[in-house]
Design a protein around this ligand. Sequence first.
Ligand code: IVH
Length: 717
Amino acid sequence: MSSLNKTSIPSEQHSLLAPQPSAEERKRARWLSAELERHNYLYHTLDAPEISDEQYDALFRELTDLEERWPGLRSPHSPTLRVGGGLLDGLAKKAHRRRMYGLDNVFSDEDWRDFVERMRRAWDAELNGPLPLEFWCDPKLDGLALEIIYEHGVLREALTRGDGETGEVVTEAVRTIRTVPLRLRGEGPFPSRLEVRGEVVMFKKDFAALNEQQQALGRKVFANPRNAAAGTLRQLDISITESRPLRFLAYSLGEAAWAPAEPCPSQHELMERLTAYGFLTPPDGRLCAGPDEVEAYAAWVREHRQDFPMEIDGAVAKQDNLEAQEALGFTARAPRFAVAFKFPAMQAETLLTGIDIQVGRTGVLTPVAVLEPVPVGGVMVSRATLHNEDEIRARDVRVGDTVMVQRAGDVIPEVVGPVLAKRPPEAVEFVFPHTCPACGETVHREPGEAAWRCDNLSCPAVRLRAISHFVSKAGLDIQGVGQKWIAQLVNSGRVQSPADLFTLKAEELLGFERMGEVLAQKFVDALDEARHTATLPRLISALGIRHVGEQTARLLAGQFRDLDELGRADGESLQALPDVGPEVAASIRNFFESPANRAQLARFRELGLWPQSPLVPFAPSGGAENGVEAAQDGPLRGKNVLFTGSLSLPRGRAQRLAEAAGAVLAGSVNKKLDYLVVGDKPGGKLDKAQALGVAVLDEAGFRALLAASGITLDASE
Ligand code: IVH
């Protein structure tokens, strides 16, 4: 059996002789308990706190003091019990009253239609009438299934799914999860017994922060949020559970003793009741009117998979009618009334055959895993980043290991960690090289930095990357100037810097592989055109200044007339810009202080590659960019603007129009932001802007300011 050593729930010891708390104190304790729970709910479940952390702490301390003075006042559902300090001596097991089934999977629309067909066949229409075909659909959360048992609205016990028949008792750990109501919200009366089922997950951002912290403390990093959630929930040291941000999202019931007058007719109403009771439910759930809508929903979830705050691995479709659910029942494995659309796994195991060291354009050495090719989420993966030396060490990844590879978001695939059970005995720890694999020079690692860096300005690998970046989409976006040719030009020594590119003659290129006269001419023409048409934001981005990406480049181009003016800006004026902090400002300063970079810029100017900002007042050219004539003055000039949600015109177009009106595009909501332009489904930026008191514009308001800036839109827009 499990027992709590430290924070055990006190048995009520009433004695008529012992001193008793006053009626006042009893009332205060009850009020504090309810009030703290209300603030827990506001903060953790609704994300909308009403009081400051300090105010919360003060109430909390007051209740703790009262309960210490009068242990009899501490109820089993007191919020003070959420703070675990106890140590469990092992997890007890307990049978579920109703088995917790898994779900069958479908992998295609065809599989889904077969499933609906099986449902039809299992349905007794004579007895039950026509089969209802409305489905409640929600994302399939990739966490840990959990059952929480409430009696008359009070949390009594929580069990993991276990093998479906028997689970582990994790009541004390579950109490610490702030999104779990200790008592159901609302007036009641509540069902005498309600088994709420759902998933315990860790949000992706919380997982990343936890792993960062684990690594900093030299502790084990978790392979994925599910492992982290599982490890956390089954922790015997409750203070650890408490310190980690788990969330519970409810999606179904086990046994439910609804009052006879209030049976719950449908899954969608159940979701409403669960929400009213204070639970989080899976985001973006929807009632679908038939099998076709379910297909469309599953496709939508799949497409937006990466945008969910937690890991999801599919979508679940459930018969909405709960009586029909009951009538359809279960096969040996799974319900006949619900099924999971499974998405391809975003993780896979494969063999790590080697570790390459790549030298980036800023000289950073990045270890890259060379893998036996494996499909991950529908894409073949043969290389994956290992980030840096510390990550390799923290994950203890060795050549010869079988490793877990994952793709997350749009980022490049990464190695999560080794499968230790499959490690060959001869695998040895990886030793990070201390010389540059491209030029052989000694590499350096600054204190406090994760990366080893090659500081050799003429390192061929650094040059190659810098020039490739210069012509890439993130730079001047020069079509037809491919990586392979750049590599040949750099290796031959003919091109040592971006400026050299513009001095190339077609004849010089003819010797290169697969390069004929026509291609050579195209190559030179493309460069020539870029030289004349390059815009200031593109050129700034092309320079490859550390921490200055396309977004920051646009911002800078909106503030400085040309590279000269940008190069003269001091740290202070740079930091006055939105989204420019000390690190970015220092990096810009470093770039312009380097004599080699200055020489490079002087050559750009000689070559006529010297764009002027069309957005800065009194710019000599004042010309048109992106097909929009720049406004000389107007209400958006110099204003920091950010867009969120979807507008009726494409985001990129809206941004260009704003820039043409003299606005500066910001990257995030902060105090320096002047306007947040809000479209449909705005998300968290709107809340943040409102909290900071930033002015919010709807699309009509934005259009009005454009008009006042003299910017006219096409008739169709
Ligand atoms: S409904 C009778 N909805 O996936 C089962 N389950 O692989 C009704 N799961 O055991 C379950 N997200 O633990 C449902 N939105 C969701 C879910 C979900 C995850 C879990 C559930 C189930 C497992 C099957």
